[in-house]
Design a protein around this ligand. Structure first.
Ligand code: GLC
Length: 582
């Protein structure tokens, strides 16, 4: 799986979502030609996934941190978006070195977020509204405050010793391993208690679990069953591509860290672990699975998700989200990447389609244009894109409102462990801190984590207390309440676009064909299924653009358009987006 750290700050954008399921349930009753893939129609192919970052979504008790009761209070908002699945970032007990991606108890709820009763009520409330819940499972590593690690580090003979990767210092220093979050970039941390080093690909407080150990694997399967028995509908496997390691820890060529994915992803036995997990857990429940990332090659991606492999359900590739840089990006490149992934999965396997998540800066700031005159138009255009592609769309909370990067210019305003540690690293090595901060302002993942903008009251209506991360000052302008009653708002456009997808299986399963391939300004493609043909036109620029479709548009019916035009020509206005029935 390729995963990405988009700035010098090593801002991680790994995402390995997996949701596995055997359900035949489908909201639409349309007769649809089943794709050739042996897995056929599935609810998770037809779903629109809404990703919620719980820490920033809605605070119910004024402590400045979003919580489960907060999400419960917004279930009707979520339902009214039209989405039918929610991916919740980790909510388990955690000391929050990496905001819940350092779990100290996999079977309990983080105190900041509430209680197990709150969780049960949340799941019930979602199911009552026909919304599926996908849990984020963090098992490449745990927290160093997990009981397993406390036991493991206590003595070399602890029964938990082999739950983690240790290298006794008597053997000398282990071969260098790069850490994504460590101040010194060193993934081996010396622990004097037993005179040994432990491995942590992420922060020092996130020791890597040893998947070679069958006892550890059984613990994880049992934990997954605990959640599946509660009735959750899917699992996203965080950073799981890193889980398998060559535990002899051979030396790698110097400079390997510049291409560390090649060495870290898809280690030995990864597929064995996934097949075992599938046999022991996923196959026994009606759950869908998605892993973060897709390995190093297109074949790796297929091997992770093709139905006959009995591993995961859905590939979550990062290649496209990595394209956007501070300097801009090439639409030709963007089109080429999405087209390549579509054609690779045209007959077999299934893809997630996304332009943002909790490890990314805001979609509209990276892929669109967040200047006031173009913010709404370009955000609507990007949502038209995500929701009209083949594959399951993943929409990140706040992107339905066109929330933008906050771009804080002081390091003190950031919370992200990757950014703070890399800042320290740059300081230690005499790096260019000005340049570093310029990158952070554009691409730090905290840009996507500022509190959700509910209304124009204090702190955007997110909390009555002091928010854990500063609110984006533009909340008075961009918020859900002001968009609710505006028929032309981003929020209402997003709802319309979801409805269009739900009402038209052609947008889910239809064949995708890129047209006017070399057009540097416009992304145009058709979707076809059972005699229905839709054309999608997207102007990715802030100027008028011409598209050459080679199609007769005179009788075309406009199904949705972000300028509310009822007829379409081959001349598109700035950031114009349209879906047309031919
Ligand atoms: C994944 C998560 C990211 C986290 C990292 C370590 O990439 O998406 O947020 O920091 O794993 O758990």
């Amino acid at each position: 799986m390729k995963s990405f750290f988009t700035t010098a700050a090593c801002i991680i954008t790994l995402a390995f979502i997996c949701v596995s399921c055997n359900s035949n349930s489908s909201e639409s009753k349309q007769e649809v030609a089943v794709p050739k893939d042996s897995s056929g129609r599935k609810w998770w192919k037809e779903a629109v996934v809404y990703q919620i970052y719980p820490r920033s979504f809605k605070d119910s008790d004024g402590d400045g941190i979003g919580d489960l009761k907060g999400i419960i209070s917004k279930l009707d908002y979520i339902k009214n978006l039209g989405v039918n699945a929610v991916w919740l970032n980790p909510i388990y007990t955690s000391p929050n070195d990496d905001n819940g991606y350092d779990v100290s108890d996999y079977r309990n709820i983080m105190k900041d977020f509430g209680t197990m009763e709150d969780f049960n009520a949340l799941l019930k409330g979602m199911h009552e509204r026909n919304i599926k819940l996908v849990m984020d499972i963090v098992v490449n590593h745990s927290s160093d405050e997990h009981e397993w690690f406390k036991q493991s580090r206590s003595s070399r003979t602890s029964p938990y010793r082999d739950y983690y990767h240790w290298w006794n210092a008597d053997r000398g220093k282990p071969a260098y391993r790069y850490s994504l979050f460590d101040i010194n970039h060193d993934a081996w941390r010396y622990d004097s208690l037993t005179n040994a080093y432990y491995l942590h690909y992420f922060s020092r407080k996130q020791p890597d679990l040893n998947w070679e150990n069958p006892k550890l694997r059984q613990e994880i399967y049992s934990m997954l069953k605990f959640w599946a028995d509660k009735g959750v509908d899917g699992f996203r496997l965080d950073a799981f591509g890193f889980a398998a390691k060559d535990t002899t820890f051979p030396a790698w060529p110097s400079g390997f860290e510049k291409d560390f994915m090649r060495y870290y992803a898809m280690g030995p036995h990864l597929h064995d672990y996934l097949k075992e997990m599938n046999a022991e857990v996923f196959s026994k429940y009606d759950v869908m699975t998605v892993a973060e990332g897709t390995g190093n090659t297109l074949q790796d991606a297929h091997n992770l998700v093709d139905a006959d492999r009995n591993e995961l359900n859905m590939a979550y590739p990062f290649e496209a989200v990595d394209i956007a840089k501070k300097e801009g990006y090439s639409l030709l490149h963007f089109k080429q990447v999405f087209t390549k992934w579509d054609s690779t999965f045209a007959d077999k396997g299934w893809l997630a389609v996304f332009l943002a998540n909790h490890d990314q800066a805001r979609m509209v700031s990276r892929f669109g244009n967040d200047k006031p005159e173009f913010r709404d138009l370009s955000s609507k255009m990007l949502n038209t894109f995500i929701l009209s592609m083949r594959g399951t769309p993943y929409c990140y909370n706040g992107d339905e409102l066109a929330m933008t990067n906050a771009g804080f210019n002081k390091i003190e305003d950031y919370n992200d462990v990757a950014t703070l540690n890399e800042y320290q690293h740059q300081k230690n090595i005499g790096g260019d801190l000005k340049k570093f901060m310029e990158n952070v302002m554009f691409s730090c993942r905290d840009n996507g984590r500022t509190p959700f903008q509910w209304d124009s009251s204090n702190n955007a209506g997110f909390t009555t207390g002091k928010p854990w991360l500063k609110t984006n000052p533009n909340y008075k302008l961009i918020n859900a309440a002001s968009q609710e009653n505006d028929a032309n708002s981003c929020l209402n456009y997003f709802r319309k676009m979801i409805k269009l997808r739900k009402d038209n299986a052609v947008l889910v399963y239809g064949k995708y064909t890129l047209i006017d391939k070399d057009n540097p300004d416009v992304y145009a493609y058709t979707r076809e299924l059972d005699g229905k043909k839709f054309l999608v036109l997207l102007n990715f620029t802030g100027k008028n653009a011409i598209v050459k479709t080679g199609l007769d548009l005179s009788k075309a019916k406009v199904l949705i358009n972000n300028y509310a035009a009822t007829s379409i020509t081959e001349s598109l206005k700035p950031y114009e987006a349209a879906v047309i029935e031919l």
